[in-house]
Ligand binder design. Structure first.
Ligand SMILES: Cc1cc2nc3c(=O)[nH]c(=O)nc-3n(C[C@H](O)[C@H](O)[C@H](O)COP(=O)(O)OP(=O)(O)OC[C@H]3O[C@@H](n4cnc5c(N)ncnc54)[C@H](O)[C@@H]3O)c2cc1C
Length: 551
């Protein structure tokens, strides 16, 4: 028993130290008391392993090994509850004989560049990555997808107005150090936990059955951590939404929606399909009357009026689009724009319906007043809320449950951790309101934070625990530039008011549509997509939308 306890203690020490020297202040390393110091202030360095310590025999790694590597039991360890089965029972014999084996990036040495770890490849993360001075920093980006999605144009891909590739930007083209620099990497994985004492994060690979074992896990030590992991769609716990509805947040969601739409069009043409079944198959229902719902309905009605009428003439009269909203559509827009949108959508054949969804069945929705709404395609977009990952992090939260940050986008309760975009919100004590979940907020925060990082880096504050005494300068200030939404048939809304109750310019119609298109074209990140997007628009205008169903 005593032997086992010693083994366990040593193991923890070995695992914490071999992996990274940023152990907690009270930790010891080979008998030396460790107080974290900035490299220029200290000559105390720690033994470090190879850069990427993929230990031989890793095939034999199991949950148990991982859980024993200092992950569990650390007070500041923030682990996603959705991924907690790693804390496993372990026999003392195993403790005595098993060497800790794991893969990961250890803490940077004083002679190395500081490492920024970025979680996510969305608007916030990509704007940050784009501006990062890679002469100062090495960067490791971790995300379950290797590209950024240009979300404002995502609805256009569902019906073939744009190709899917036109709204996806590979992250290694946004920050080429990820592909080129020897100590910078992109890892296709999700972060599942953070140990803020050790300055380490824990990740799980999005496995495709190709790796030696599942789940494939690793650690990465950071000098600075940037959390930009976004938000998740809200479903309010309504039964059946996740099982039967589609969300529209990723390129693969748009692909699935397009496939279902085209499949239903083709299935409804088969002989023997009843009138009622045809109507159901071709009833496209969108839940949520925000900008995404309105833009999607507009795109769909364009597709129906032009392409379905030309290419699916047998069933064209059965196709219907319904937009269901519990309150008012486009509630954040100016009243005159809302009225314009309602009139325009109704004229385009979109049925606007007030209602609250009670439950979703495979072929019908039940509303709270008992109405049944049969559907063939259901798309759900009723806002976003904190992800399971964010919920499980033991950081102070902002109103609404996002990661709480101060006016410099720092997580103030811990050192060297920053959060931005949809996953972050100002703490109540800052006296600031939580900003809306918008690309323009995320992008502006990314720009602000990267400038701050480059400044800190130049003042020798980039290493872990080194930026405490550096003045951060001006806090982040957000100024809303306005909102836009297309409503189909070459019409759009442009609302340039700074807030819902402020006065300002608001336009609707063809000119607004031109503004909408030009504004988004200038925001498209790469020159490749700045070329693809107008080419796709021109192709659609001349030849119509592509209705090939592949896959
Ligand atoms: C269809 C649609 C249209 C929109 N249109 C507009 C618009 O016109 N104008 C506007 O201002 N806003 C718009 N938005 C909102 C805007 O897209 C979001 O506010 C924005 O994407 C937020 O950026 P973000 O970087 O915080 O998060 P996201 O862009 O959502 O990125 C989050 C990233 O984190 C990754 N991630 C998630 N979990 C983990 C984890 N555990 N570990 C590591 N990585 C993780 C994700 O894979 C993703 O790469 C739209 C959104 C949608 C869905």
């Amino acid at each position: 028993m005593a032997l086992a306890r010693i083994a366990r203690t040593n193991m923890r020490r070995r695992s914490g130290s071999a992996f990274g020297s940023y152990a907690s202040v009270n930790d010891t390393f080979y008998g030396i008391a460790y107080t974290p110091l900035c490299p220029l202030q200290s000559n105390v360095y720690f033994k470090a392993n190879d850069k990427f310590s993929h230990i031989p025999g890793i095939k034999e790694q199991n949950h148990l090994n991982f859980s024993m590597r200092g992950i569990s039991g650390t007070p500041h360890y923030q682990h996603s509850s959705a991924n907690t089965p790693r804390v496993a029972e372990v026999s003392e014999t195993e403790l005595e004989h098993e060497e800790p084996r794991y893969a990961g990036l250890e803490a940077t040495k004083a002679s190395e560049k500081p490492r920024v770890v970025v979680l996510g490849t969305g608007w916030a993360a990509c704007r940050f990555l784009k501006g990062l001075d890679t002469e100062i920093y090495d960067v490791v980006c971790i995300s379950p997808r290797n590209h950024m999605v240009f979300t404002p144009l995502l609805a256009s891909t569902c019906v073939g107005t744009l190709e899917f590739r036109s709204v996806a930007e590979p992250v290694s083209q946004i920050q080429d150090a990820l592909a080129k620099n020897p100590n910078s990497y992109f890892y296709l994985a999700s972060c599942t936990g953070i140990d803020t004492d050790k300055h380490e994060i824990y990740c799980e690979v999005v496995n495709h059955g190709e790796l030696p074992y599942e789940p494939y896990q690793f650690k990465v030590a950071y000098d600075k951590l940037v959390i930009a992991s976004g938000a998740e769609p809200l479903t309010f716990g309504i039964k059946g939404v996740k099982e039967h509805g589609f969300f529209l947040r990723e390129v693969n969601h748009a692909q699935e929606i397009r496939k279902r739409l085209l499949l239903n069009l083709m299935l409804s043409e088969n002989p023997g399909i009843s009138e009622e079944e045809k109507k159901r198959l071709l009833h496209c229902v969108f839940i949520g009357g925000g900008p995404t719902g309105v833009e999607f309905s507009g795109e769909l009605s364009d597709f129906v009026m032009r392409d379905v009428h030309e290419r699916y003439t047998h069933v064209k009269d059965y196709v219907h689009v319904t937009l269901i909203e519990a309150n008012e559509i486009l509630s954040s827009f100016d009243l005159s724009l809302r009225q314009y949108a309602m009139k325009h959508l109704t004229k385009s054949g979109v049925h606007l319906m007030r209602g609250v969804v009670k439950e979703v069945h495979p072929k019908k929705i039940v509303l709270s007043d008992g109405t049944d709404v049969p559907y063939g395609l259901l798309v759900w977009s009723t806002g976003v809320g904190p992800s399971e990952f964010v919920k499980a992090l033991n950081f102070p939260k902002s109103p609404g449950g996002r990661i709480g940050v101060d006016e410099y986008l720092r997580v103030p309760s811990v050192e060297d951790v920053f959060a931005l975009g949809d996953c972050a919100g100002f703490l109540e004590q800052t006296g600031r309101r939580v900003l809306p979940a918008l690309a323009q907020v995320a992008e502006r925060e990314g720009k602000y934070l990267v400038e701050l990082f480059n400044k800190i880096g130049k003042q020798n504050g980039a290493k872990a625990f080194c930026s405490k005494d550096i003045p951060f300068g001006d806090p982040f200030v957000y100024r809303h530039l306005g909102s836009m939404a297309s409503v189909g048939r070459y019409k759009a809304l442009v609302d340039l008011r700074q807030s819902k109750d402020a006065k300002g310019v608001s336009l609707a119609g063809f000119v607004s549509w031109l503004i909408w298109r030009s504004a988004y074209l200038t925001r498209v990140v790469s020159w490749r997509n700045r070329f693809y997007v107008p080419m796709n628009w021109a192709t659609t205008l001349v030849f119509g939308r592509d209705n090939t169903r592949i896959g």
